[in-house]
Design a protein around this ligand. Structure first.
Ligand code: C2E
Ligand code: MG
Ligand code: MG
Ligand code: MG
Length: 283
């Protein structure tokens, strides 16, 4: 309830900001502060399930920012701002350490999800030392290979293809899974897919939500799953909200699902409680 109000308050504030550019500057200043101190940053985790068995297959790490004056700021607003200003680099580095620390703790309790996916924006992906950072992270936190995966959008992978392939191959050598996020919304020529060492296509939620409503969405889901099968790629459906959508996905043999139907993003504690909790031995 309070959270909801916080969000509404911020929305009003944002409408105001569109009229007054200097408010964006204020938000950027606040974000810069947060990038330096880490204050107000939190990671939420959304579960990824096998559609058929309901077995947990992993989680996606999603950044949350709470500011004392602005309230809960949506990543839809602050990630683009962070990307424009370059603040995404320190913020992203913080997120990765938070995730790695959480994984280390979960592993120590024997509870870790099979994998956690981290979103990478363009600037993060094109950092010259990205691969070294990921390697160091695994070493520092004692994470098994492949424990952390990445999600990137198509547009990132379109330019500098050779360099992209090089980076992706290095990440694949560490067994990191690589998903193309929001798949189907970019301007891809598709032919780029056969050259890129990615593992997963994550169908954008707009197409999942259109299932049963528009023939176009169904056609796109069918095309993506067909393509994935030919290329030997795994498919994830994001934004699954209804039982009808889940049933439709069975028809296209989409086996991995994520969405409000099976679980919203929650705090690390909430995630452990709901999805990782082992049987507590009694007696
Ligand atoms: P994304 O990577 O495509 O993440 C999925 C978004 O869809 C999340 O929004 C999630 O809460 C939302 N979602 C999941 N299931 C459903 C559903 O069933 N219905 C609906 N309507 N929405 C659903 P969120 O957390 O607000 O993140 C929005 C975007 O911000 C993300 O889209 C991602 O592009 C970006 N983002 C979030 N965290 C990070 C981060 O740590 N780094 C970077 N670079 N980007 C991030
Ligand atoms: Mg994502
Ligand atoms: Mg996505
Ligand atoms: Mg999306």
């Amino acid at each position: 309830r309070a959270k909801q109000e916080g969000r509404n308050t911020y929305r009003l504030f944002r409408a105001e900001m569109h009229r007054q550019d200097h408010h964006w500057l204020e938000l950027e200043t606040a974000l810069r502060n947060t990038a330096e101190t880490g204050e107000g940053l939190e990671v939420n985790y959304q579960p990824l399930f096998d559609r058929d068995s309901g077995i947990l297959q992993g989680a996606e790490a999603l950044l949350r920012w709470h500011h004392p004056a602005f309230g809960q700021v949506s990543p839809v607003d602050f990630i683009p701002l962070a990307e424009r200003s370059g603040l995404i680099l320190p913020l992203g580095a913080r997120l990765m350490r938070l995730v790695a620390g959480q994984l280390r703790d979960w592993l120590a309790e024997g509870l870790a999800p099979p994998r956690v996916a981290v979103n990478l924006s363009a600037r993060q992906f094109w950092q010259s030392d990205l691969v070294a950072q990921v390697r160091t992270l695994h070493a520092d936190y004692g994470l098994p290979r492949g424990q952390v995966g990445f999600e990137l959008t198509e547009s990132i992978l379109l330019d500098k293809q050779q360099q992209a392939i090089h980076t992706l191959e290095a990440l694949r050598e560490m067994d990191c899974r690589i998903a193309i996020d929001d798949f189907g919304t970019g301007y891809s020529s598709l032919s780029y897919l056969q050259d890129l060492p990615v593992t997963t296509l994550k169908i954008d939620r707009s197409f999942i939500q259109g299932l049963g409503e528009s023939l176009g969405s169904a056609a796109i889901v069918a095309a993506v799953t067909g393509l994935a099968k030919e290329l030997g790629l795994e498919v994830v459906a994001e934004g699954v909200e209804t039982e009808a959508q889940r049933e439709a996905l069975a028809r296209y043999h989409v086996n991995l699902i994520q969405g409000f139907l099976t679980g919203r993003p929650v705090t690390a504690e909430g995630f452990a409680e709901r999805y990782l909790a082992a049987e507590i031995p009694t007696g």
